[in-house]
Write a protein that binds this ligand. Structure first.
Ligand code: PEP
Length: 251
């Protein structure tokens, strides 16, 4: 089965409204003509403005998180209903920074994924092991456990709206990248887990992105691996000079 590559930029806590608009303007024309699927995830405050810039292009708009509740007493949180009205297409969930700095558990991530899917969003679900887990030989076991927990009670039909991003925690923002071979090995483990929970067809169709210090000079060899179907990019997505060469890696 031919899987279409999907490359996403996570802008995290970077960029004021005007900076986000400028970056979106620099990306949109080039990505509209590019061959794959693309997404940018600006901070909440820039979603509406970036949506306007992306209007009429094929670049998807992503949010970096959402609340596990539709509404309620949750100061500072943002609901799927609010994201829907802004025209957000997809939500990144389970990012390791949410787990590390906001105490998100696999169970909470599962609740958020179900809520996002219920409201028609695509989801980019992130998982990955820490350095200590990798050094203890636990990398595969950790991602299997995380994947099973995150996808609990999600139907095979809904699964088609989920992309999985394998992001080894030790490779995020550190300049250290998993070797293409090591990354591919875990991608294959994730794909097998999808086959075990769902079906071979679902596993063959699953888009699995790699994330962790993807840069213009390492993207090509990562994308050449059979089980790597795209990238979730942090630091290098903040400038068009580095994000465009990643998006256009084989052009
Ligand atoms: C990320 O935050 O998802 C990420 C992969 O960051 P970076 O590319 O900066 O390592």
């Amino acid at each position: 089965m031919k899987r279409i590559k999907f490359i996403a930029g996570n802008w995290k806590l970077w960029g004021t409204l005007s900076q986000a608009k400028d970056l979106a303007k620099a990306l949109a024309p080039a990505l509209s003509k590019a061959p794959y699927r693309y997404l940018v995830a600006p901070p909440y405050t820039a979603l509406a403005a970036v949506k306007e810039v992306l209007q009429g292009t094929k670049v998807l708009l992503g949010a970096q998180d959402c609340s596990a509740l539709e509404s309620g007493a949750r100061t500072g949180e943002v609901s799927v209903l609010m994201l829907k009205e802004l025209g957000v297409d997809a939500i990144i969930l389970g990012h390791s920074e949410r787990r590390q700095f906001h105490g998100e558990t696999d169970q909470l991530v599962n609740e958020k994924i179900k809520l996002a899917l219920k409201h028609g969003f695509e989801v980019i679900y992130c998982n990955g092991e820490t350095l200590a887990e990798r050094e203890a030989g636990q990398a595969a076991a950790v991602v299997v456990r995380q994947t099973k927990e995150a996808l609990k009670d999600i139907s095979e039909a809904d699964l088609s709206k989920v992309t999985i991003a394998y992001e080894p925690v030790w490779a995020i923002g550190t300049g250290k990248t998993a070797t293409p071979r090591d990354a591919n090995e875990i991608h294959a483990v994730i794909r097998k887990t999808i086959a075990d929970i769902y079906s071979k067809q679902a596993a063959d169709a699953m888009i699995i992105q790699y994330g962790g210090s993807v840069k213009p000079d390492n993207v090509r060899e990562l994308m050449a691996m059979p089980d790597i179907d795209g990238a979730l990019v942090g630091g290098a997505s903040l400038k068009s000079e580095t994000f465009l060469p990643i998006c256009l890696f084989d052009q």
